[in-house]
Each structure stands twice: as structure tokens, then as C-alpha cells.
Write a protein that binds this ligand. Sequence first.
Ligand SMILES: Cc1cc2nc3c(=O)[nH]c(=O)nc-3n(C[C@H](O)[C@H](O)[C@H](O)COP(=O)(O)OP(=O)(O)OC[C@H]3O[C@@H](n4cnc5c(N)ncnc54)[C@H](O)[C@@H]3O)c2cc1C
Length: 449
Amino acid sequence: MTKTKDLEEELGGRVLTEPAELLRYSADASRAKPQGLPLAVLTAHSAQDVAAGVRWAARNNVPVSVRGAGTGLAGGAVAYPQGLVISLAEMDAIVGIDPGNRLAEVHAGVITADIDAAAAEYGLMYAPDPASYRQSTIGGNIATNAGGLRCVKYGVTTDSVAGLEVVLANGETIRTGSKTRKNVVGYDLTSLFVGSEGTLGIVTGATLRLRPRPAGNAVTFRATFPSAAAAGRAVTAIMNSSVVPEVLELMDRASVEIVEKFHPTGLSTNGAAILVGQFLSLTSDVDAATAARLCREAGATDVEQAEGDVLLEARRVSGKALDARGLRASCDVAVPIARLADMFEALDKISSNENVAIPTFAHAGDGNLHPSVVIGDESPEAYAEAERILDLITDQALMLGGTISGEHGVGSLKYGSLGKQLDPAARSAHLMIKNAFDPQGILSPGRGV
Ligand SMILES: Cc1cc2nc3c(=O)[nH]c(=O)nc-3n(C[C@H](O)[C@H](O)[C@H](O)COP(=O)(O)OP(=O)(O)OC[C@H]3O[C@@H](n4cnc5c(N)ncnc54)[C@H](O)[C@@H]3O)c2cc1C
């Protein structure tokens, strides 16, 4: 009798065990490699299915990895050898939009962009928009506390989550939060589960906060700088001014060149870095003019303005373009907004000391950078060398008061670096929480915290 027979009997065709199917659910979009195939994949259709899977895993002491769309970049959804993958991707119902309370009720597997599109029918929006928002699930966004282009204005995922449905490691299902604007009853478990990367419970549903879609015309500006550090100074000036951009993204010359080869958008590669910003309000024109002035004062050689989204397209495809360029390893550091220029100077120094190109794009208004190292080949030595460079970058971000991850999470890839940021007392506080929710250690063990 196979180990998964009772699970298959309980959940029927929702349990996959064919090797080709197991392989399909084993990796995520990161460079973390699965170390072997899982025993089974549960393609859950309901919270009850998830609970049954968790109970089975607890009875059999099998590690569980949780999966949305698998676009994660931290190795958090990678299958454990002989483990159980619980996939939420088929729980993709938008239960309802409640315009009176500006809320959306959704299941965990809904694609993020679909929620925004459903809200748009009521003149509302779901604001957080990771560059992957046409592929990633809301459950994955919640588990990683994903950021996105519009997050500079509206906040990251946690700022748009009012409540959650979560299946715990003991198979019980709880609801957190409320539909009210204010609620102070009990601990803020909603915030605790947001960003917990599948280590404390499995999110099966969410109540999300919607906002009115902004009125006014979108005005986009693009500024070219002689150095990325100068662009960083412009970002600090804009974020400290009275104008609030809808989007404020940076690309250095190396990433512009890669994007233009992959998906030509007409971006010029004259400068060392470009800043692309958008304003969307009744005062867009005036705000864009203020930002343009601040860019010139910080040293921009060229500033142009355009209507609509056209200038943003290059930034939206930059991740895909870098992937198409070949093997790459990237990181996700963030620094305090006033240290952006220092971080770009440090990147230049690392690049010239180590004689390696470090194409970088950034959610600049959030101080969140994605420096990448292109890996020559798939050999372990090439990967180790890339990791060494990324470690230098991470150390530099920490020295500037930053963080090892601004939005992708710790997953398995950054697990070894946790001690760089969390001191032993803080680490042990995290582990107390983990042990309280998952004493048997079956949910995403060895990841996240
Ligand atoms: C081209 C590209 C662009 C990207 N741009 C951005 C960006 O702008 N901002 C950003 O933040 N990220 C970005 N990412 C990373 C990724 O898309 C996000 O981390 C996203 O939130 C992952 O969602 P997913 O559904 O693919 O989750 P997965 O990759 O399946 O899982 C991610 C993590 O969440 C956990 N998880 C998934 N679903 C659940 C659940 N229901 N309950 C509990 N835990 C769960 C997994 O165990 C894992 O730890 C990008 C990735 C790509 C490939």
C-alpha cells in the first residue's frame, strides 16, 4: 500500500502522484532547486481539502510546502522530497465585491490582476500590483507580503488585507480580522499571517480592502541621470517633497539595454540610469512638473513627459527580460529612502572591484532594489560565485540600515542569511511563534523563520 493511499481515497482525483505531475509542481521561479520529488500534490478545491491534507501530513509526519502560482523568487514554494505540496491555484473564486464597504471576498488562488479588474467594474481598485500580478495568486501575495509598482502610494499587500481564512497546522480553520474599518479585538493575527510564507498556516481566503480608482489623468515622466547615485538622490528628494507618485521606478543602463533587446520600447541608453515616475490625480501635471524639477536639481540631463502608461511598460517586463537574457541570480534588498544614493554608489564599487556587471532595477520610491548577477553557466562554481557577489550586496544594504528582503521573502534561499538581520533574541521570539502555531514543524520547515 502506498503512503498516500488514504489521502487519495479521501480526496480522489485532487491528489496527484504521477512523476510528471509531481515535477510540474516542484520548483518555483527562483534559482532554488528541488532536492527530490514530493510524494503527492494536493490540488485543493476548498478549505476542507486543505485541512484534510494538513491532517494527513501531521499523521504521517510529512513536510508540507504551500503553493500558489509558483512565481516566488525565494524558493518558498519548492517541494520537499517525500513531502506534500498543497496547491491553492484552483481555489480561484472571487466570492464577491462589496462596494458599500469597499471590500472584496476572495479565495486564495485568485490571480491578483483579476481582483483589480473585478473591482474596476465598481470604480474601485485593489492597489498592490507586483510586476507578476498577471500570474501570481493573492494567497502567494499575502504569504510574501508582496510589493508592487503602485505600492509607493498605497502601501504593500498588508495594507490592503482586512481579514483572512487560514487552515492551521492542526487542521482547524480560523478567521482573522473583520469587515469593519476599525477592530481591536485580540492580537492582530491578520498581520502575523501576512508575510509568514506558509510557515504558520495556509491562507485559503481573504477579505481585501479596495479603494476608489484615482480620478485625473495619468502623467508619466522619465528622467535620465549620469549616475545611478544621482537618480537615488532625486528619489529621496521626491519622496521627501509634498508630491506623492503613483509609481517611481528606476532602471540602470545595463537593465535598460537588456529590456530593449527583449521588448523594444524606445528607451534610450544614453545615461547611467533612468527614473520613471507616474502621477495620477487631479494635480498630475503640476506634481509631475515638481518631480521633473527635483530630478534636474539632482543632476538629470534629460527629463521628458508622456500621457498614460507607455513609459512604464519597460519596467513591467524587466524581470522577464533579465530571465530571457540567460541564467541570473538576483536579490531583493531594501534600504532607507535617504540611503539610496549610498547604495547605488556601493553597487558601482562592488561591480568595478569584482569586475562583474550588476544590472539593477528598483521599486525606487520604496527603497527596494533588485540587483542581478548574470551567471555564466549552470555549474555549482558559477552559482557559488554569483551568491558571493549577492552576499556582498546584501551586507552593504544591512550596513546602510536596510533589509535582506523588501518583498520576495526569506524562503529557502535567504534562510542562511537570517542571522545577519535578526539577532538571537529576535530569532528566538520568531521561533516561539512558529512553535506555538506548528509544534510538529510540518508547515514549510526550514524556511522563512
Ligand atoms: C517576473 C516576476 C516579477 C515579480 N515581481 C514582483 C514584484 O513586483 N513584487 C513582489 O513582491 N514580488 C514579485 N515577484 C515575486 C512573486 O511573484 C511574488 O512573491 C508573489 O507574491 C508570489 O505569488 P505566487 O502565487 O506565485 O506564490 P508562490 O510562488 O506559489 O509562493 C510564494 C510563497 O508563498 C507561500 N504561499 C503561497 N500561497 C500560499 C497560501 N495560500 N497560504 C500560505 N502560504 C502560501 C509559499 O509557500 C511560498 O513561500 C515577481 C516574480 C516574477 C517571476
